[in-house]
Ligand binder design. Sequence first.
Ligand code: R5P
Length: 296
Amino acid sequence: MPEADESEKEKQFYVDVPAKSEPFFLKGCNSIDWGMKNRLSRIFDPRSGKTVMLAIDHGYFQGPTTGLERVDVTILPLLPYADTLMLTRGILRTIIPPTFDKGIVLRASGGPSILSELSNEQIAIDIDEAIRLNVAAMAVQVFIGGKMETQTIHNMTRLVDMGNRYGIPVLGVTAVGKEMSRDAKYMRLASRIIAELGVTYVKTYYVPEDFDTVVAACPVPIVIAGGKKLPELDALIMAYNAIQDGAAGVDMGRNIFQSESPVAMIKALRKIVHEGEKPKAAYDFFMTEKNEAKQG
Ligand code: R5P
């Protein structure tokens, strides 16, 4: 039994102070539950409202990708600078220390390898597993216009239902097949369908023209994938433009871990995403960090 409240101090109910009711900091996320908002706050930094996700899940269909041959050697040094890691349960369990206390975005779809039809994916985890691994979100690939479009959409809607049951957000990833045109019209179509069908946030590719309309037409936050390796300055310019156009962050892989200096690159990206640094200044910072790392 608790002890009786015998304090002599007069009770204070602050009746003249209205209760706080603040909107959640992420677009379109006001109506979701506390647990989901808490998980999203382990992906997006509530101070900037943005995220630098480090994507290292490529091995789920292409095996030991360049730069990811030894995740323990090449990726662990980057962890202090990532807001979130996007990866498979295999790499999470075998290599990532459980002391990593930022968000994990778990790759939740899979099936085909690079040797077969990539859109032929299915859900590749059980919700129990996502809960057991204490993940902040689950990621599913959706091939709008692809051969197995409907199957991948149903993977997503089933995952959204599972995630909603337990308060786990779902990241819908627009997978752009070789035959699709990478333009704003396609990205608007894909992102909007994915958001309409219930994901918490969307990952898509940046397109130089009218990306702001892709963001505007999507009712939930958008993060951009990096795509194939670019010169560092170009990747920083792309990240800057995406943020200026309203993206809520980046989910980058190859442009970080295939960089000539991955730690310097992810630090430079943080400057752009969280501090609104201009690309040239972020690139100068990258060069300084890179050279210092060489000397050290
Ligand atoms: C693709 O297979 C994965 O979803 C990657 O996480 C995604 O493509 C981001 O990686 P990158 O920046 O290398 O394109």
